[in-house]
Design a protein around this ligand. Structure first.
Ligand code: SF4
Length: 440
């Protein structure tokens, strides 16, 4: 049985070729067994397996002030709180595109600032992208063309479990082994250089067919190492830059020569896992190296990110408001001030927090200046009982939807795997809008 088959009860059934919306990598080959409403993953990375596993248990009902309430009562209570608020902050934003559309409608109706729980890395990268731009590769370009991949920072697989097997597969392996790489001159033997690390044993096994160089650099020195590598690519002196051991500089010099000889070099990093002040430096150094290499060959950056559809939240904000996240909307206007409207900053002035997390049971941030509204995963554990809790289903588990892949170029369709007993984020936000006096 494959995607598109019936999701109603009956005998246990296998669902194949499932698209995953959790980390942003967009794997599309997951497999689960569904029995009634219980889901048992068969093929999935550990993170996806953890988030896909479901029991047959009855989900919780909405709560208002800790007391069970109907969906309509909870939606009405949220609308009442929003009408009384003067400075609402919408956080989390872990939802599919349709859910985000309705949340943004609600924010425009009530007035609110908007930020995603995973936008820290995004904004570290935007600092470079907005000022100078960059040349970025898609996942398909990395997969099919990259012959030298430079990783800055820790092992990407710690946050994107299948990154290496998806980005630099070995021809002939797995069901789609013939599909890629298409244009790498020596299939199966690419050069992978990790500046930071260390790689996990699992990643080393995945990369065993490639030429892997691990240049061990402490987390706090990754930005310096990235700057040194770019200076070496440029042919600049690095005496004032380094502060790194001689053997590290020598390894970076050898890597710079590999990069100059590459046909399609790609630089990748996970800004969210780097020290906050260093992530923009790494993004800048990688982008400058791409600029330098592009004079004589091809090169690109491939920034990692995209957890819980942060890329979709970012894209949707751009379409709707002309600004990225960390924007306040309402009364027909939008105002983008990232220093004011990051969740942490917005909560200093907010008198209401509305937190959405449908992909995983992430609790709202600490907030005691006003009511907390949680439109959240049913397993969420709250440090403080929210004034209103509306449990919602998960996109790609309880209902279909769309999420963006991390490279922004593909909008992935998620499918429902089981009969839904909880509303979607879109349905919850639409009901609140109706109670608010605005038809969804
Ligand atoms: S690596 Fe990411 S997209 Fe792939 S299965 Fe795991 S969580 Fe899902």
């Amino acid at each position: 049985m494959t995607s598109g088959d019936l999701i109603t009860g009956g005998a246990p059934r296998t669902v194949r070729d499932i698209v995953c919306g959790f980390c942003g990598l967009g794997c599309d080959d997951l497999e689960v067994t569904v029995a009634g409403r219980a889901i048992t993953p068969r093929t999935a990375c550990p993170e996806a397996a953890r988030l896909l596993t479901r029991s047959d248990a009855t989900p919780p009902s909405p709560r208002v002030n800790g007391v069970a309430a109907s969906f309509e009562e909870a939606a009405a209570a949220v609308a009442t709180h929003l009408k009384a608020a003067r400075s609402a902050a919408f956080s989390g934003l872990g939802a599919d595109l349709e859910g985000l559309r309705r949340l943004y409608d609600l924010a425009m109706a009530s007035g609110a600032s908007l930020d995603h729980a995973a936008s820290g890395g995004l904004f570290a990268n935007l600092e470079r992208l907005a000022r100078k731009g960059w040349i970025a590769a898609t996942l398909a370009e990395v997969r099919n063309r990259c012959d030298v991949l430079v990783v800055f920072g820790d092992d990407p697989a710690s946050a994107f479990s299948r990154f290496f097997s998806r980005a630099v597969p070995v021809r002939g392996e797995g069901a789609d082994g013939d599909a890629a790489p298409l244009f790498v001159t020596a299939p199966g033997r690419r050069q992978i250089a990790v500046v930071g690390g260390p790689l996990s044993e699992a990643s080393r096994r995945v990369l065993a067919a490639h030429e892997v160089t691990e240049i061990a650099v402490a987390e706090q020195d990754v930005a310096t190492a990235a700057s040194v590598l770019t200076a070496l690519v440029a042919g600049r002196g690095v005496d004032g830059l380094a502060g790194l051991p001689d053997e590290t500089v020598a390894a970076l010099a050898a890597l710079a020569e590999q990069l100059k000889a590459a046909r399609y070099a790609v630089f990748t990093w996970n800004a969210a896992s780097l020290p906050a002040a260093d992530a923009p430096v790494v993004a800048g150094a990688a982008s400058e190296a791409v600029d330098l290499l592009s004079v004589t060959t091809r090169a690109a950056v491939f920034p990692l990110g995209g957890r819980d559809n942060v890329t979709g939240a970012h894209q949707l904000a751009l379409w709707r408001f002309g600004y990225p996240l960390r924007t306040a909307v309402g009364a027909g206007t939008s105002r983008h001030v990232p220093e004011l409207y990051s969740t942490a900053a917005a909560l200093y002035d907010a008198d209401l927090l509305l937190h959405t997390s449908a992909f995983r049971p992430d609790a709202p941030p600490d907030f005691d200046r006003g009511p907390v509204i949680a439109i959240a995963h049913p397993d969420t554990v709250f440090a403080r009982e929210p004034e209103v809790f509306i449990p919602v289903g998960t996109p790609g588990v309880d209902y279909g939807g769309h999420v963006f892949r991390m490279d922004s170029v593909v909008c992935l369709p998620l499918q429902a795997l089981r009969p839904a007993e909880l509303p979607s984020v879109a349905e919850a936000a639409a009901a609140i809008l109706v109670s608010f006096g605005r038809g969804a």
